[in-house]
Design a protein around this ligand. Sequence first.
Ligand SMILES: [Zn+2]
Length: 395
Amino acid sequence: MVVSLEEEPMASSPTTTSFKSCKCAHGDTATKEKKRKYELIRYDELPEWLKDNEFIHGYYRCEWPMKETLLSIFSIHNETLNVWSHLVGFLLFLCLTIFTAMVIPRDGSSRSSSIGSWGDLMGMANMTVALRHDALAACLLLPPSAAAAGLSEDDQQICPPNTTSSLSRHHHAIQIQDQDDGAALVAALAATSDPVTRWPLFAYLGGAMVCLLTSSACHLLLCHSERAAYLTLRLDYAGIAALIVASFYPLAYYTFLCAPATQRLYMSLITALGAAAAAFSLVPAFQAPALRPLRAALFSAMGASGVVPIAHKLVVYGGTAPGAVASAWYEALMGAMYGLGAAVYAARVPERWAPGRFDLVGHSHQLFHVFVVAGAYAHYLAGLEYLKWRDVDKC
Ligand SMILES: [Zn+2]
């Protein structure tokens, strides 16, 4: 249903407070009132600094006091779903971070002292993709005489009979020379089974949470004042840059684990590019509505530059490391999600086709947010593929 411009879309917000000076069109008459309700207004009543998308006709907040602006997170307006879509995304990534920290071992020191708990880990392996690679890693390292090393029968039953013979195929650096030497085996197992460091994955999760939270805050607070819009929009752009930069860290770190110079080159380049984009976004003219395609192009180009290390990864490891290919599929899915989101954002569809009809639900920015969360989750799954790969196949 098309919302008519003649209608007052929302008669009032739930909050009522003393009216303070307001540059919005409704303020001219309202200044004569001591008390009034804060109303949602139409696009043509907005001050220039709040005008962004002429295809969204109504349900705008304008220069509400901070208290009412904050409380509007619980009311209906044209930013409600923009706020909540990324707030829910932030909570999702907070849960993923806690899950990753608690369920997936973070470093070798804690793991190497608890070989007796392998059986417990094996039992949990069916629960998560992330843990199944631990089970595989253990199986590949178990020699036929595993019992001599003090491992329980339960531990051995996890591994198919032919799994241990694949040890040589996986090019482990540590060769077990004497399989009857239990002490040597335990030491070798502990050293080889140390999980690769998790910090690049946590850096990514942190970048995603920063992006989603700053975006949500921006959509909630932007309408408060021109100053608030200036600050929160820059925070929003910086958050996007943080997400893109952090997205490169697992890709570059785990892929080029055995080529430190290449690893550092990619990570330095994307960090510098992200800092440049964040700095450029500080220019006031950058947020002009006319520059919407340029904004989309800048951040899209940053994200698209990930094609280079991904192609590099496939050339070097595509034929030998299944983890390289699996992570690339998730990265392709992520790229598709981000690409679709950027296209929708720049084109302002579907509201362009039916102005006013998608004011509350379904306009391009909401779709863009959904694509961003979906793309970020696909990238997290790519991160788990990297752990599966590099926990077993180190340099
Ligand atoms: Zn947004």
